[in-house]
Design a binder for this molecule. Structure first.
Ligand code: ATP
Ligand code: MG
Length: 585
């Protein structure tokens, strides 16, 4: 089955416009690529880059990817695909304390799950910023040698005080004017571990009076004795993100470095640094350019790794892949699909204007895709008995139900009709409310794919709980027979034979937060946690679900989309992905 929307050309956006312009200008016509990342001399010895453009997705491995990252992944990998280029997966792992291998593995898993890979013409473009520490160190030395970086021995407080404010210029550090040879010596000592953490930093030498505070001699290297998950204790100095990132891009020959808007103020430093390093022959052109777009903000959830870590560590959820979590691992267990994320990404578009996207837009995209792809099955989520008085004991007959109403090729399955059935508790009322067309004494409904029945009565216990409902069936009215339309009814309910149904467990999820903008009122997003976001129930299922496997997805008729979470030791568990319509209030 095809998603009808699949073959439409991707909607244009300002980044596509920029790329198309750059390609028309033949900006990368002579750009060289040596097959692996490296500096100017490395790439100069290479071939003309076979990739028309290079983008990168650069997560920091300090948590699991979330739905916001999906936007960036579809953008970066999507652009590369559409313009005959490649997108690198780069782990931005220059901040050792919060990073680990579990996060690296989960990120690889999620990007692959969304359908992307980083292989291009037999080259595997998966990189780690930590592999560039030596390059970064050399870049720093080259900057010091050319008079554009210096070691500052002011205390962190002094540095902060002397940075100035938005309205007043900063003050030059007393160390700034020392001879270049001193700075080289001190920086080497920093590397050799001769100085304590925080006792000195390396700063770019730009302009302490710049109106852009980011250009007032930003710190580019700090001393930090921290164990790194890949380089162990090799380094006791680590580059700052703002220094590392442009260098990573340039080493990898990135053409378009796409990031979120909060980095806009950093762009002048990005350009300054690469220009200086190009003048020093450390890099050759064309240099990467940074472009910023608005990050995804989604209502009723939080998209920040710091908060997501808190939700997991403080046991507000069962783990990173809890189906209520806005992580990609959670979304996957929830039954959200890569195709649904693709449709969602196209719908929300890419712009420079910050905005909030309604959570319902995400669910709608998932519904739309699942409506096409999911096979139909019957499940009774809150079962009560329906007994057909005039149906012979022991009689059984087949009722045929299409596996998919939009696709006849998928054939039909058989539902066995017997005297005793399960129906949904909400499909019966003792005294009907207005516009209630389902079962109540005296009313007629169709048993979907079967007969029309007339409700004749019910049993209740001492507390007024309905224990069973009774009905008579009209033998000439079976669906698919000439008499099916002889009587018109307004209600059509689903059912399962008690004899031919199986037990299962269903997790029905609600939004994890009660408020559209969690934390807006009290400043603490945890105050808005929805404490009733999970309801687990015992249900009845069609017998042919007996052999379902994890990740099998179905529409349970009238209820919504569900995904099998596990099928072990005769216990089948399903998670509800979404209801059929947006019913959230
Ligand atoms: P967080 O604030 O959740 O930690 P981050 O931006 O620090 O997010 P990174 O791992 O550094 O997370 O992000 C990798 C890439 O994903 C970056 O290029 C970043 O711009 C992008 N990204 C992160 N969050 C979003 C979002 N909400 N919408 C779009 N892109 C995002
Ligand atoms: Mg980050």
């Amino acid at each position: 089955m095809k998603n009808p929307k699949k073959n439409n050309p991707p909607p244009s956006n300002f980044i596509r416009t920029i790329i198309e312009k750059n390609l028309a200008q033949e900006l990368y016509k002579d750009k060289k690529w040596a097959g692996t990342p490296g500096n100017a001399s490395h790439h100069e010895a290479g071939e003309i880059d076979p990739a028309k453009i290079r983008t990168r997705f650069p997560p920091e491995p300090n948590g699991y990817l979330h739905i916001g990252h999906a936007k960036s992944i579809f953008l970066n990998f999507g652009l590369a695909q559409d313009y005959k280029g490649t997108c690198h997966l780069r782990f931005d792992d220059t901040n050792p304390e919060k990073e680990n291998k579990e996060y690296v593995d989960s990120i690889i898993d999620s990007v692959k799950w969304l359908g992307f890979d980083w292989t291009f013409k037999d080259q595997t473009n998966l990189f780690y910023a930590s592999d560039y520490f030596e390059h970064m160190y050399k870049a720093a030395i080259s900057l010091i040698e050319s008079g554009f970086a210096y070691v500052d021995k002011q205390t962190p407080d002094e540095i902060r005080e002397n940075r100035g404010t938005l309205t007043s210029p900063g003050i030059d550090s007393p160390w700034r004017a020392h001879p270049i040879s001193d700075h080289i010596k001190w920086f080497k000592e920093m590397k050799e571990g001769k100085h304590s953490d925080g006792s000195m930093v390396l700063r770019a030498k730009i302009n302490m009076a710049s109106p852009n505070i980011n250009l007032r001699d930003p710190a580019i290297y700090r001393i930090k004795r921290a164990f790194h998950h890949r380089t162990a204790d090799t380094w006791c100095i680590y580059p700052m993100y703002t220094f590392a990132h442009p260098i990573e891009d340039a080493l990898e020959g990135i053409t378009h470095s796409i990031c979120t808007l909060e980095f806009e103020d950093q762009r002048p430093f990005y350009d300054w640094l690469l220009k200086k390093l190009k003048e020093n022959k450390f890099f050759s052109g064309p240099l990467p350019k940074q472009h910023e777009f608005a990050r995804l903000n989604l209502t009723f959830t939080v998209l920040s790794k710091r908060k997501l870590i808190e939700l997991v560590k403080d046991n507000h959820v069962t783990g990173w892949d809890d189906p209520r979590m806005p992580t990609l691992a959670g979304a996957r267990r929830r039954g959200f699909t890569p195709e649904g994320f693709k449709l969602f990404s196209e719908r929300i578009g890419v712009s420079k204007a910050d905005s909030w996207i309604d959570y319902a837009t995400l669910e709608d995209s998932m519904r739309e895709v699942l409506n096409v792809s999911a096979l139909r099955r019957v499940a009774i989520l809150d079962p009560i008995k329906l007994i057909i008085n005039n149906y012979p004991d022991g009689q059984e007959e087949d009722c045929l139900a299409p596996n998919h109403p939009l696709n006849e090729d998928l054939g039909k399955r058989t539902l066995k009709l017997t005297k005793e059935l399960w129906i949904e508790r909400e499909d019966f009322m003792v005294s009907p409310i207005e516009k209630y067309f389902r079962l109540y004494p005296g009313n007629q409904v169709r048993l979907r794919y079967g007969y029309i029945v007339t409700c004749t009565g019910f049993d209740e216990d001492d507390q007024g709980n309905i224990m069973a409902v009774y009905c008579d069936y009209l033998p000439d009215t079976k669906s698919g027979t000439p008499g099916a339309n002889s009587i018109k009814v307004k209600g059509n309910i689903h059912w399962l034979s008690i004899k031919y149904s199986i037990n299962a467990v269903v997790n029905q999820y609600d939004r994890l937060f009660k408020e559209e903008h969690p934390g807006n009122k009290t400043d603490n997003y945890l105050d808005d946690l929805n404490l009733n976001s999970l309801k687990t129930s015992q249900i009845k299922l069609e017998e042919n679900c007996l052999s379902v496997s994890p990740s099998d997805q179905f529409q349970f008729e009238r209820h919504g989309y569900f995904i099998c979470d596990s099928n072990q030791n005769s216990i089948i568990t399903f998670n509800r992905t979404t209801t059929l319509r947006d019913t959230w209030q």
